[in-house]
Design a protein around this ligand. Structure first.
Ligand code: A2P
Length: 344
């Protein structure tokens, strides 16, 4: 079997670490794994895919000879290095928001719109974590009933804010429980206390009162589902959960909905588990979704506030399906479709 040379930009970060784990778990056909990060980490030795490896500083030349590079080092670094990589015949799978809405860049969830990969011009964008998880449940329902609009409220884990998110939660919980300040506490990743609190603020505010994160849900759903007129309203909330995002969704459809069909399409969709047994208090929760490749959907019911509506609850590991896993699945799908070099 052919093997591929793969780079990870942001390999020391929260998502980068998960990419390393998942490449190993999924037995990705890699002949080389190049760990890239900022000059701060260059020279650090880490254990990755069964070997001790040295982290390298990211430079334009870092991409020489690579087949793929998965970027998880923030938008600025994606803008700075993605085109340098493409110039060197290295396909970029980008986890940042830098290129998601660029019409020449496919935005892909492999279970939903893998055919978009055929049109790539060197860069493929990975969706925002909440969008990817939400669409894993919305798409099978859309195929059956025809999606018209949806409302979503997200419950986003602290690890979605980067490696500092869980550290901030830990420090605050320790301070509250012990009643004493944590020595040498690091500055919080959040604008307010996150322990025993909810923060209805993820990403920066826009003039219309929405946050950028909330707009991503609509913009990315329209692009991935190829539904330019889809209407979406979203509220994003940071919650004191370590890992896995949850999303409450009310979706309205063109056609009449019914529960047996809704449950059938949700239960049979690849990458999604239907988790619901109300007699046994069974429904998706972040603790069930952490370090799981599949997203989970449950609490499915007819929406009493709309004519053809369904209400449901979906959870997913935002570091996996919302980032690292989806990026690796994109690489795997490109290998299967043999569309890696098509544009070069
Ligand atoms: P480093 O650890 O060297 O700072 P997180 O989202 O968890 O905060 O991680 C961000 C990731 O992006 C880290 O791996 C970080 O590396 C990486 N990074 C930050 N700045 C740069 C840069 N200028 N060039 C390459 N990687 C960077």
């Amino acid at each position: 079997m052919k093997k591929f040379k793969i780079g990870i930009v942001g390999s020391t970060g929260a998502v980068g670490q998960e990419i390393i784990k998942l490449l190993e778990k999924r037995e990705f056909p890699a002949s080389e794994v190049r760990l890239l990060a900022s000059p701060r980490s260059a020279g650090t030795e880490v254990e990755a895919l069964g070997e001790r490896r040295t982290v390298l500083e990211t430079t334009p030349e870092s991409f020489d000879g690579l087949d793929f590079a998965i970027f998880s080092a923030g938008s600025d670094n994606s803008v700075k290095y993605a085109h340098e990589a493409v110039k060197r015949n290295c396909v970029v799978i980008d986890n940042s928001s830098a290129f998601r809405m660029d019409p020449s860049v496919p935005l892909v969830v492999p279970e939903i719109n893998p055919e978009a990969l055929e049109e790539h011009q060197g860069i493929i964008a990975n969706p925002n974590c909440s969008s990817a998880i939400t669409l894993m449940a919305i798409y099978p329902l859309h195929r059956r009933f025809g999606l018209k609009r949806f409302y979503a409220s997200t419950y986003q884990a602290v690890s979605g804010a980067g490696a500092m998110g869980p550290i901030s939660l830990d420090q605050e919980v320790t301070e509250m429980v012990t009643g004493a300040p944590v020595p040498n506490a690091l500055p919080s990743a959040f604008p307010h206390p996150i322990a025993f609190n909810l923060i209805p603020h993820v990403d920066t505010f826009r003039e219309d009162g929405y946050t950028k994160e909330e707009l991503k849900m609509g913009n990315e759903s329209r692009k991935i589902l190829s539904l330019p007129d889809l209407k979406v309203s979203c509220t994003c909330v940071r919650v004191p959960v370590y890992r896995a995002h949850s999303i409450s969704i009310n979706a309205e459809f063109v056609n009449n909905v019914n529960l047996p069909d809704a449950i059938q399409v949700l239960s049979s969709f690849d990458g999604l588990d239907f988790v619901q047994n109300l007699n046994e208090n069974l429904y998706p929760m972040p603790v069930f979704s952490s370090e799981k490749e599949n997203c989970q959907v449950g609490r499915v019911r007819v929406d009493h506030a709309s004519d053809n509506g369904l209400a449901f609850w979906v959870t997913g590991d935002q570091l996996w399906k919302g980032a690292a896993l989806n990026a690796i699945q994109i690489a795997e799908e490109m290998i299967n479709r043999n569309c890696l070099r098509k544009i070069f």
